[in-house]
Design a protein around this ligand. Structure first.
Ligand code: DON
Length: 304
């Protein structure tokens, strides 16, 4: 495994077309695009990594996997009255479907859906309490107490919130947001500003590899059925309007973030985190996707 990761990292280092760093969140625009990291955790907890696998980056939308998991834990199938579970085929920050679909987001991974999930897990609490819960959950699944929120990134997104604020207010106009829109948005921006390394993220994904169990800690996080369902959503919706392309090229459930990270799950085989800040035109990590494509070619881990 180590030699595969070293080969992938050496190949990525030679790439000249590295995509474009997200600049609509100014704090992310200054990240050096010439970075690449990869970490793979096997079901027994053994970790392999290469490149900048211990460098911290903004996990952004990858956080949505964990807030969905929390929401399912808190309210179970009632989650599906807040969001759907169909791919949207539209960009991650699109508003158009909301108008015709009663303000209900297509799935929990597009921005509107993730904002609705935050509203669902707040349950009358203040943003600080909800954020503490989110952070606690991530520290628990990653088995790592050092995970934190980068307040500068959260503030940067708050200052440039027009699009997400539009989505939240639009949903509120349908009676779909129960808490203060400002509180929901503030919580969402801080959730997206969680900072992790590939190694930490690959650890956090372990429960989705082994039917809901984190085998390295011996702790069950969710039921086998729930793990399968979260994986199915990641496969169908985790890369927005690029989900079909990702399934075609990589063939694994995956969730991307505009920080350039991707968490990919090879059920029964591995939890994989890659990071390279340059994005493709859809907003998914360009080299991250190419690296995963190489990894499945070498390992045969595609689910298809
Ligand atoms: O709300 C946003 O726009 C960002 N905090 C998250 C978007 C994101 O990561 C899209 N993923 N590729």
């Amino acid at each position: 495994m180590q030699s595969i990761l070293d080969t992938i990292t050496a190949t990525m280092a030679l790439r000249t077309q590295r995509g474009r760093v997200a600049d609509y969140i100014p704090q992310l625009a200054s990240v050096d695009p010439n970075q690449f990291g990869i970490a793979v955790v096997l079901p027994d907890g053994q970790m392999f990594s290469a490149g900048c696998a211990d460098k911290l980056f903004s996990i952004q939308s990858i956080s949505k996997v964990f807030t969905l998991t929390m929401a399912l834990g808190k309210i179970g199938d009632a989650v599906w009255s807040h969001v759907g579970r169909e791919p949207s085929g539209d960009p991650f920050n699109s508003i158009v479907q909301l108008e015709h679909e009663g303000g209900k987001p297509r799935n929990p991974f597009i921005n509107a859906g993730a904002i609705a999930i935050v509203d669902a897990i707040m349950m009358g609490h203040q943003p600080k309490e909800t954020l503490a819960e989110i952070l606690q959950f991530l520290r628990f699944v990653a088995n790592d107490e050092s995970i934190f929120i980068d307040d500068k990134v959260a503030q940067s997104e708050l200052l440039h919130r027009d699009r997400n604020a539009s989505l939240a207010h639009f949903m509120a106009s349908f009676g779909r947001i129960k808490h203060s829109v400002d509180h929901v948005l503030g919580t969402y921006f801080h959730q997206c500003a969680i900072t992790m390394s590939c190694q930490q993220l690959a650890n956090a994904g372990q429960f989705l590899v082994s039917d809901g169990m984190n085998l390295s800690t011996g702790i069950r996080v969710v039921s086998p059925q729930r793990a399968r369902r979260i994986n199915s959503l990641m496969l169908m919706c985790g890369h927005y309007d690029g989900s079909g392309e990702f399934a075609y090229r990589v063939g694994l459930p995956g969730k991307s973030g505009v920080g350039g990270g991707i968490l990919a799950i090879a059920p029964g085989n591995a939890s994989i985190a890659v990071w390279s800040p340059g994005l493709d035109s859809i907003g998914n990590s360009k080299l991250g996707t190419e690296a995963l494509e190489m990894l499945v070619q070498h390992t045969g881990w595609s689910i298809f």
